[in-house]
Design a binder for this molecule. Sequence first.
Ligand SMILES: Nc1ncnc2c1ncn2[C@@H]1O[C@H](COP(=O)(O)OP(=O)(O)OP(=O)(O)O)[C@@H](O)[C@H]1O
Ligand SMILES: [Mg+2]
Length: 356
Amino acid sequence: MNWDDTNDTAASERLVESVADREDQAVEAALRPKDLGEFIGQEKVREQLDLVLRAARARGATADHVLLSGAPGLGKTTLSMIIAAEMEAPIRITSGPAIQHAGDLAAILSSLQEGEVLFLDEIHRMSRPAEEMLYMAMEDFRVDVIVGKGPGATAIPLELPPFTLVGATTRAGLLPPPLRDRFGFTAHMEFYEPGELERVVHRSAALLDVEIDAAGAAEIAGRSRGTPRIANRLLRRVRDYAQVKADGRITQDVAAAALAVYEVDARGLDRLDRAVLEALLKLFGGGPVGLSTLAVAVGEERETVEEVAEPFLVREGLLARTPRGRVATPAAWSHLGLTPPRSQAAGNGQGDLFGA
Ligand SMILES: Nc1ncnc2c1ncn2[C@@H]1O[C@H](COP(=O)(O)OP(=O)(O)OP(=O)(O)O)[C@@H](O)[C@H]1O
Ligand SMILES: [Mg+2]
């Protein structure tokens, strides 16, 4: 499998980052749900996919192409493997960045068996010529292999066995419409609810043979940013702590103490997230302040603040991006236990933004 090169940046060493590192990849294989019944949450997607796959099975046909979109760590790779398992079909795994030339794709396509699932991760990062070849393969199960160059070049059509393409992307918006339209079923994965993440934690704890109580699981789930991969990662760190500092059993106190050591707070914010919020509140009175200024204040690159810290802060309703700059919301003040300046509390500061 091909992993994004951003994996090697400092950002991915954060415990709450949703990108998989090497340790994750090994453990993830063991913790992956194997069929739809084991897959937690995403009710709508599960119900729809179940229908698609059942109907195909009943017809004795190959399932329609499936596009899975959603943030990292929400279960796209997992679902692709489940699709193959449910169809009792083999699966071939590749990724957009691994396909440099159309010829690479032709080689893969022409070696597929009938009914095989082709999982194309990061499908939005495929090259243009490969993409065009894929259009025809998806629609007509045919590719044109170009032999020769210049005016003498000829296209030799090659029939392909029917297969199921499962494409995954974190950026559905970047897919060209002709490609998007060729998928028979598109599933958008949402962030998970705390209750669903609790079930993920319980399930993983059982597989890892760790004892955990309900409050312990809830504590980990609440700090997992709606993401199963992060829930599993936090669980492993809490397990370490429980083994060394407690009797191995994970309770709420053990989970909270462990995650305090790793600087993951009650809402799932880590050191960088909190540094950004603290600077915004303490140095700039809650904003508005420009991104560059904010980045200098926390000693980070502009991009790090914008791409690593801000998306989650915005999603949590702690920070807003406005035309005049970054602004803290009332929730940010209360999360850090600070009192907003009087002008804001009175509603004439950023009151217009929050309808206070
Ligand atoms: N619905 C789920 N139920 C239980 N565990 C899950 C679920 N979804 C994901 N996981 C766990 O989270 C881990 C990460 O999921 P997965 O690798 O499928 O994410 P992804 O969407 O492919 O991420 P990326 O975009 O980084 O490739 C899996 O190993 C699995 O253990
Ligand atoms: Mg994946």
